[in-house]
Design a protein around this ligand. Structure first.
Ligand code: SF4
Ligand code: SF4
Length: 297
């Protein structure tokens, strides 16, 4: 499980903010910066924004630093990201909804036989001295994991990330959940014309994840925190944006193959079905969204 609306407070579409911020650059290549972040930059720099400033981040202690990669995130940055993305996905404990359908009795996303969490190396650096929750994934935590699966997972893990395994759901420490735990089952959806417009889900988990079949239960607060977190990360790290643009591409290809549309939790707070072929968005009532597996009614 390498795991806002369309308008800002002044009612300016967020992608227009991006175009304005690119100071003559190609809007399609602009960083997908959230308006909160841009306001922070404007306050400090006046009206002028250039790409260099987009790579600067004002930390809570007012230091101004330049980031080259996620490896430059310090412990306080990781803690700040965690603190800004802590709300539960729904009012109820979704683990209680899915765990009864897993023979191991664990929520699927907390079962190492179903999902291996990935964390930034900088996250691991923060977690190591602060909690005993995690260890580096060895591949032997689940008896059913094959050597070829171990090889494939390692090969597919981005260089800036590390695969981890935790003590399990009975001993989870909420404060030290990795970003991948917090975002699951969602990922930031990036359109073919390179706009981060909302949350899409990890489609491989359709048959087992209760949340995917009950998107109406995902709180607006969680959605806002998710969007703010990725607006910040994408403003800092183009490579992160590119990885999710690629993942979104794969999702479109997968759904095209099956001639299906996929649900999107849009920045504007609405629910949409997206055409995998044309990316046309249709706003729908939440009760029109599909349910899967044992969660079908
Ligand atoms: S996010 Fe999905 S898989 Fe994870 S605990 Fe909730 S319902 Fe289960
Ligand atoms: S740290 Fe907690 S939320 Fe994350 S996989 Fe482990 S048990 Fe699940």
């Amino acid at each position: 499980m390498s795991f806002r609306g369309a308008r800002s407070s002044d009612d300016t579409p967020w992608h227009d903010l991006l175009s304005k911020s690119s100071a003559g650059g190609n809007p399609k290549k602009s960083e997908p910066v959230g308006s909160d972040f841009l306001e922070t930059l404007r306050d400090a720099q006046g009206d002028m924004l250039c790409p260099l400033f987009v790579r600067m981040y004002f930390m809570p202690d007012d230091r101004r630093r330049v980031f080259k990669s996620t490896a430059d995130l310090e412990a306080s940055d990781i803690r700040s990201l965690y603190d800004g993305f802590h709300s539960p996905i729904a009012e109820l404990d979704c683990g209680r909804k899915c765990a009864p359908h897993n023979p191991s009795g664990k929520p699927f996303c907390c079962d190492i036989c179903h999902a291996v969490p990935a964390a930034y190396k900088s996250e691991w650096k923060y977690l190591q001295p602060n909690t005993d929750l995690w260890h580096k994934w060895r591949g032997d935590e689940c008896e059913e994991t094959t050597q070829s699966e171990i090889r494939q997972l390692r090969e597919e893990t981005p260089k800036n990330m590390v695969l981890l395994a935790c003590l399990g759901p009975d001993q989870c420490q909420r404060d030290f959940r990795a970003l991948s735990c917090r975002q699951f089952p969602f990922f930031p959806y990036v359109t073919a014309d390179r706009r981060f417009i909302g949350l899409a889900y990890e489609w491989q988990f359709e048959p087992v994840c209760w949340v995917i079949s009950n998107l109406a239960d995902v709180s607006q607060r969680y959605r806002q925190e998710f969007l703010r977190t990725y607006d910040k990360l994408f403003a800092l790290f183009e490579e992160e944006f590119e990885q999710y643009a690629y993942h979104s591409d794969i999702m479109r290809a997968e759904f095209r193959k099956h001639k299906r549309r996929f649900p999107l939790l849009h920045r504007n707070g609405g629910y949409y079905l997206v055409s995998a072929k044309s990316e046309r968005l249709e706003r729908v009532e939440v009760d029109r969204l599909p349910r899967f597996g044992v969660y079908r009614k």
